[in-house]
Write a new protein. Structure first.
Length: 339
């Protein structure tokens, strides 16, 4: 696949796929770790972005809230800068090939491999009842990626292990049944791959957290952002310095500030030479508010225009067009009788 770049030469264009769960309020962690990369990649590659509702139901969800959140996440992805003329945005359950390939890949993945997944262990911890879906979650994720013969998967650091399993499953399928899948590479940002919770800088900012003060939601109004940042846990001492082990709270705030004001960590540190934690917090809040302002304005317009439905309908058609033939090839290779 090639694409004309400028007038004179061809740039190799790659397939990009990533997914976001409609499982809560999208956070600044989702934006800095994933969405920003999505927006940049759509200009260089053929991109598919998916609201993964089948993943969300692996833990209990309120049905009408899930429906509303699925639409909200799609609208937020567009508001963050995804352009329907440059990429494909769709809902996972609208393309049944994902669930079908997942079933087939269930037989190429072992129980032992799934049991080693740290996200499963974390999410299963403390639950009275753990669904089989939560255990099989990484196989559905592998199906999402492999169906599109994806080269690059932009994700936060928490998804690295799932990507390794996806690669393993692709290689195993290819060696058992013949070359079928592209073995994908993760694309994890150097800075911002793991934004930490404001109330506990040793755990990641998570949109399914029950403590709203732990995350900044993309739709939080300015005063909420100011209040949450003001209450963020900092560290002992008074120096503003990037030292993730020794000063996890301050370092997390410095990362947020650097990314939201387009600076390096070193430049961010320099901005606070001789300053205290209160100065840092004020600057962090304002940089976040300015980053979210255009996104929130676009979100408002999108909810009024009803454009999201059209985008998802077109996305569903395009995704099915690509995924269909790959699934047919897979069924053929494993020996399923053609209908
Ligand atoms: P949950 O916490 O409910 O499991 P999540 O916040 O991890 O959800 P996902 O939909 O699972 O959200 O993730 C969407 C993308 O955002 C993924 O690529 C994930 O790696 C990335 N991401 C999530 N949280 C963070 C974070 N704190 N820092 C950086 N990237 C993140
Ligand atoms: N498991 C991911 C969401 C996800 C995904 C994907 C990411 C589902 N399918 C395919 C990249 C590619 C998560 O929890 N963040």
């Amino acid at each position: 696949m090639t694409r004309l770049s400028g007038a004179k030469y061809h740039l190799p264009m790659k397939r990009v796929f990533s997914g976001v769960q409609p499982s809560g309020n999208l956070t600044l962690g989702n934006y800095l770790g994933a969405l920003r990369q999505f927006v940049a990649l759509q200009h260089e590659h053929e991109c598919f972005f998916c609201v993964v509702d089948l993943h969300a139901i692996t833990v209990p969800q309120d049905p009408s809230l899930l429906r509303a959140k699925t639409e909200e996440v799609a609208a937020l992805l567009l508001a963050a800068g995804l352009d329907p003329t440059r990429m494909t945005l769709f809902v996972q359950s609208h393309v049944p090939a994902h669930a079908e390939l997942c079933w087939i890949l269930n037989s190429v993945t072992t129980f032992g491999e799934l049991g080693r997944m740290t996200q499963f262990k974390d999410k299963a911890k403390g639950r009275k009842s753990v669904s089989a879906g939560l255990f099989n979650y990484p196989i559905l994720m592998a199906a999402d990626i492999l169906l599109y013969r994806t080269h690059l998967v932009p994700v936060g650091a928490d998804q690295k292990q799932h990507l390794e399993l996806t690669r393993e499953v692709a290689q195993r399928f290819n060696s058992r049944y013949g070359e079928t899948f592209v073995v994908p590479e993760p694309l994890i940002p150097k800075v911002g791959a793991r934004i930490m919770a404001l109330d506990d800088p040793t755990s990641k900012m998570s949109k399914s957290s029950e403590v709203p003060a732990s995350y900044i939601a993309l739709l939080d109004p300015p005063d909420t952002v100011r209040a949450k940042v003001a209450r963020a846990v900092t560290d002992s001492g008074r120096e503003v310095r990037y030292a993730p082990q020794e000063k996890p709270g301050v370092s997390n705030l410095l990362v947020i500030y650097a990314l939201c004001s387009d600076k390096s960590i070193q430049e961010a540190e320099r901005d606070f030479e001789g300053a205290g934690y209160a100065d840092l917090k004020r600057a962090v809040a304002e940089s976040v508010i300015e980053t979210l302002r255009p996104l929130q304005a676009r979100y408002k317009d999108l909810t009024v225009s009803g454009e999201v439905h059209e985008v998802l309908a077109a996305g569903r058609r395009r995704a099915a067009e690509v995924a269909g033939p790959v699934l047919e090839e897979v069924k053929d290779k494993v020996g399923l009788l053609r209908a």
